[in-house]
Design a protein around this ligand. Structure first.
Ligand code: PLP
Length: 405
């Protein structure tokens, strides 16, 4: 018996080990605070649940078109019109099993073995693994600026005749950074000039804290979607708290969408019809829920940043979106795996090591949980790393940090 070379070469998710340790501690009754999660805690919108209930009532759970229910695609077209100012055709849209699946399908459809895929550090952990799975070669660009903002010159220096695609994720997991509108304009220009696909993973697009949404790539091209190198990926996981529904979608040229359709038709057939009607219900229902989430996350962000700022040697870029913060802890410990392990053991706080996102010395801290967890989590981290700091630990948690008192 042997496992394929490909499967053996793929790294498991970095969250798995710490999650398991946290689960064991929790099972023992330890008050673990989880600042590692990648999902908001709110329930799915009522309109999504009602749509599923109606579908169940109907009793018909059959295959649907590979590319997605036409009515869901209509809702996606409307979403794209409202948030991106572009009106794709049905043939420009394909629905997959989560945005992660959408990214994988896009890479599978456009990357040949040996093609290079540029990723900007810090990057989402799954991109290099997915690039590897389709035979691509990851090329990483680490911005010189300590604000996570790349320059177009840095990207240009990484482009070679083998560059097939550049992945841009803004607001960014793990940094929470939002790339400047100017940079988005420049990268659209570069991709059009050099015939490179620009994969825009916009899963956090509506979870940005500025007055306006981050600029869509389409703003900077006169080309129709069918002639454009821009590929936009989105989904319901983050904005509606529907991570388990597993619905994501891609908007791209008919050529790219039809290639994905062939691959998807031979692998998954279509996304679950129940999840598709749920996504349609969410998209067509009131959008106040997204704004409420954004406001709540912004408040949590402010509390987290305020709490962590008690650590005088910590370098924090205030996140402009998502629900992640990615401070530089290297003044305390340069080894992010060791540091995350230490914080779990001593302060019972789960964080995610930055090394897997391409930036050692950092930790990804999620603030999508309750305000209380965010405040207490920050206080415990501060106390664990600097016992003299003025962090306020809840009375019930004092026992946890007695080593530092
Ligand atoms: C940048 C980024 N893209 C895509 C995804 C995947 O989203 P989905 O749950 O829809 O597959 C995530 C989830 O963490 C993400 O952070």
């Amino acid at each position: 018996m042997s496992i394929s070379q490909l499967a053996s070469s793929v790294n498991p998710s970095p969250t798995m080990k710490l999650n398991e340790e946290a689960r064991v501690l929790k099972a023992k009754g330890e008050p673990v605070i989880h600042l590692g999660t990648g999902e908001p805690k709110n329930p799915a919108p009522n309109t999504a649940l009602m749509a599923v209930a109606a579908k169940l009532e109907e009793g018909q759970l059959k295959y649907v078109p590979t590319g997605g229910l036409p009515s869901l695609k209509d809702a996606i077209i409307q979403y794209t019109e409202e948030n991106y100012g572009r009106t794709p055709a049905q043939q420009n849209v394909i629905v997959s099993n989560g945005a992660k699946h959408s990214v994988y399908n896009v890479l599978l459809a456009v990357v040949d073995p040996g093609d290079e895929v540029i990723q900007i550090a810090p990057y989402w952990v799954s991109y290099p693994e997915m690039a590897k799975m389709v035979g691509g070669v990851s090329v990483f660009v680490t911005p010189e600026s300590d604000t996570f903002q790349p320059t177009i010159e840095e990207i240009e220096r990484a482009v070679t005749p083998k560059t097939k695609a550049i992945i841009v994720n803004s607001p960014n997991n793990p940094s929470g950074g939002v790339y400047s509108d100017d940079f988005i304009g420049e990268i659209v220009g570069l991709c059009e000039k050099r015939d490179i696909y620009l994969i825009m993973d916009d899963i956090y697009h509506k979870l940005a804290y500025g007055d306006a949404l981050p600029a869509p790539g389409y703003r900077y091209t006169g080309k129709a979607i069918d002639d454009s190198m821009i590929i936009v990926i989105n989904g319901v996981s983050k904005i509606y708290g529907m991570t388990g529904a597993r619905i994501g979608w891609t908007v791209a040229s008919r050529e790219v969408v039809s290639a994905i359709g062939k691959l998807q038709g031979q692998t998954t057939s279509c996304a679950s019809v129940l999840s598709q009607v749920a996504a349609e219900g969410a998209l067509l229902g009131g959008q106040g829920i997204v704004e409420d989430l954004r406001v709540e996350l912004k408040r949590n962000r402010d509390e987290l940043v305020k709490g962590l700022q008690a650590l005088s040697d910590l370098k924090i870029n205030i996140p402009g979106g998502t629900f992640y913060c990615f401070p530089d802890f290297s003044a305390y410990n340069k080894d992010s795996n060791a540091l995350a392990g230490f914080l779990l053991e001593k302060a019972l706080v789960v964080t995610i090591p930055g090394v897997d996102f391409g930036m050692e010395g950092h930790l990804r801290i999620s603030y999508s949980g309750s305000l209380d967890d965010v405040k207490q989590g920050a206080a415990r981290i501060v106390w664990a790393l600097d016992p003299d700091s003025p962090a306020e630990i809840k009375a019930g948690d004092r026992k946890l940090v007695r080593d530092w008192l």
